[in-house]
Design a protein around this ligand. Structure first.
Ligand SMILES: [Fe+2]
Length: 205
């Protein structure tokens, strides 16, 4: 296992985070959400000598995906979406599938609740959570395709089962830090502190 290069960029007017994840050895890279502007992403990739192979949508919302097709066309990448996504993807992935970056594997975890096509991307001990989980809170459940019960299951049945030292990298800058270990986050984030679905629904339903 080689090291992963991870770049976290904040773009646009809605505090979106986009990520570039690269395999240090082969320089193959994935972009997770592209947000509002492509140039900062392309510039960062060039600086690190990375070739973007995948442009991954964590979910369908425009603030994450409006530039994804253009990014793919400019970089020669394939657009990756969940199989439930209304977006036009070159690769449609389901829960548990993996994408290869050189010697590294990115694993897809289906985490519906904010939208039906919500996915998290697991890379080593890092988890890129889109709008499923933020630092300090979780994604909205009142938009089309949202379900608080499904989000509870995604947070507690999927994410909370991951190793405690997993670093949570969210899709927006809504917290006091840009990323945090799951163990620490689970002690201060009300969405993770809810002890059962009833408590969760009382806060986020
Ligand atoms: Fe969203």
């Amino acid at each position: 296992m080689t090291e992963l290069i991870v770049r976290q960029l904040k773009v646009g007017t809605m505090d979106n985070f986009v990520y570039i994840i690269g395999d240090e050895k082969t320089k193959e890279a994935a972009v997770i959400d592209s947000g509002w502007e492509i140039d900062p992403i392309m510039d960062a990739a060039v600086k690190d000598g990375l070739k973007i192979k995948y442009a991954i949508a964590t979910h369908e919302h425009f603030d994450h995906t409006k530039t994804l097709r253009e990014l793919a066309e400019r970089s020669g990448a394939k657009v990756v979406v969940h199989e439930n996504s209304p977006l036009n993807g070159d690769v449609r992935v389901g829960d548990g599938e993996t994408l290869e970056l050189g010697g590294e594997k990115l694993k897809v975890l289906h985490t519906p609740g904010h939208t039906e096509d919500g996915i998290c991307i697991s890379a080593g001990m890092k988890l890129f959570t889109g709008d499923t989980l933020f630092i300090g809170t979780c994604g909205r459940t009142d938009l089309p395709g949202g379900s608080a019960r499904k989000l509870f299951e995604s947070l507690h049945g999927v994410i909370m089962k991951l190793p405690a030292q997993t670093l949570i990298y969210p899709g927006h800058d809504y917290g006091d830090v840009w990323f945090r270990a799951l163990e620490e986050e689970s002690k201060r984030n009300p969405a993770l502190m809810a002890r059962n679905v009833e408590e969760f629904l009382a806060l986020f339903g």
